[in-house]
Design a protein around this ligand. Sequence first.
Ligand code: SF4
Length: 312
Amino acid sequence: MPSHIFGPVPSRRLGLSLGIDLVPFKTCTLDCIYCELGKTATPVSRRAEYVPVTELEAEIKEFFADNPAAGKIDFITLSGSGEPTLNTALPRVIKLLRRLSETPIALLTNGTLFSRPEVRREVLDIDLILPSLDVVSEEIFTLLNRPAAGLKSQEIIAGLSALRREYPGKIWLEILFCAGINDSPAEIERLIQAAGAIQPDKIQLNTVVRPGVLSQARAVSDSFLKSLLPGFGPAAEIIAPFKRNAAADNSLEKTRETILATLKRRPCTADDLKNALGLKKAEVIKILDLLLEKDEIKAQEHTGKRYYQTSK
Ligand code: SF4
């Protein structure tokens, strides 16, 4: 079963989308307080081959080999349950996709690494980039997005502006508002100025729809989002529901289903699941916690080990 490709799945913004997950669970430059995937253990900004390119290439080739579904996809979406541009395999994956398919390629990214010229160069052949930008002020950036050491919002904005100058494709910039954090008139004015400098083809305003890591991540109202539209100008629109982690959600959902199916067959420890499914222990524990919370599974101690099994 492929572990880095999911879908095709219907996406409101991208039509029928095939997701390619370029990083392991929660490998991210940020630790946003509204992230639905839980906490980023340690935000990282160092790029590496977090998922080996050979693994990605093998799965992509397998998917496109004689697959009738391949012809029906609207977008191939590079994403992940973290930040996809962290993976240095990115240019090779894009090249392979171009060779195997004529389907447009989209990139879902938090935009934090576009201050690096090599990252901007690597994405030039993508058709649509969907970066996010929630704040301009460094203090609010630290509070809301909790970045890896060394990342500065001013440099990220400069990187996104440079991307606009160098990149010929479309950019849809998402701005997510959290009540009481980045919704002050002063911060909104700064975001309007930043969006003006970046000049995206679309500005998509959004808010927290599902609970995130912290209870401080509260939604703003629809009427508040609507009131922002004139300030951001004709490129602005409101998107709902929450899209930031659509790709990651699918990846998480797939793993959740696999874990549930395994536990239906036999009780397992977290280590059993980690080894049997080739997952990271943090990822297994996160999903087990979610399943326990919803009473879909139960835990039992046996010979000093904690076993999990389905409730029914
Ligand atoms: S919301 Fe996206 S950018 Fe923020 S921590 Fe989660 S995966 Fe990373």
